[in-house]
Write a protein that binds this ligand. Structure first.
Ligand code: ZN
Length: 157
């Protein structure tokens, strides 16, 4: 069986940036389960996984355009310090906006705070080392829900 649309695949992966720093890894955890072809993964991963078989080991390089997007200057904003009330604000702090976006403080000025709403991995080239552990058909219910059920997947109560 090969990975193709509406197959459930389990993969182990390690994600590094171009400096070799590990950003994320499934090592020591359960493999990542996903349904292929419906946007569970970033586009570059879906493309690179298409047609792979159980046991395949390979490296994938994913551009920001097919990963978490390019950095947008429009998402960098200066906010008056007063908007944060009495809170102590430090560089690197993260806040959730009313719209559910996460912004990161990138500069703290005397009267203004700069926040960046870009995804932390926006603009970053992603290097994945992947091993395909298993592949099966997705059930109709899984396809309808858009996520994997059962062990390692989504549990409904
Ligand atoms: Zn479900």
């Amino acid at each position: 069986m090969q990975i193709s649309k509406h197959k459930v695949a389990a993969i182990h992966y390690t994600l590094t940036d171009n400096e070799g720093k590990v950003i994320d890894s499934s090592a020591g955890r359960e493999p990542l389960l996903f349904i292929q072809g419906i946007g569970n993964l970033i586009p570059g991963m879906e493309e690179g996984l298409e047609g792979r078989k159980t046991g395949d080991k390979f490296s994938l390089k994913v551009s920001p355009e097919k990963g978490y997007g390019v950095k947008s200057e429009d998402l960098v904003q200066r906010v008056p310090r007063s908007a944060f009330g009495d809170q102590k604000i430090e560089k690197g702090m993260q806040f959730q906006t009313n719209h559910g976006h996460v912004v990161t403080v990138t500069n703290v000025g005397l009267s203004e705070i700069t926040v960046d709403g870009n995804h932390p991995l926006a603009g970053v080239e992603l290097n994945f080392d992947v091993e395909v552990m298993s592949i099966r058909e997705a059930s109709e219910e899984e396809i309808a829900h858009g996520h994997v059920h059962g062990p390692g997947g989504h549990h409904h109560h």
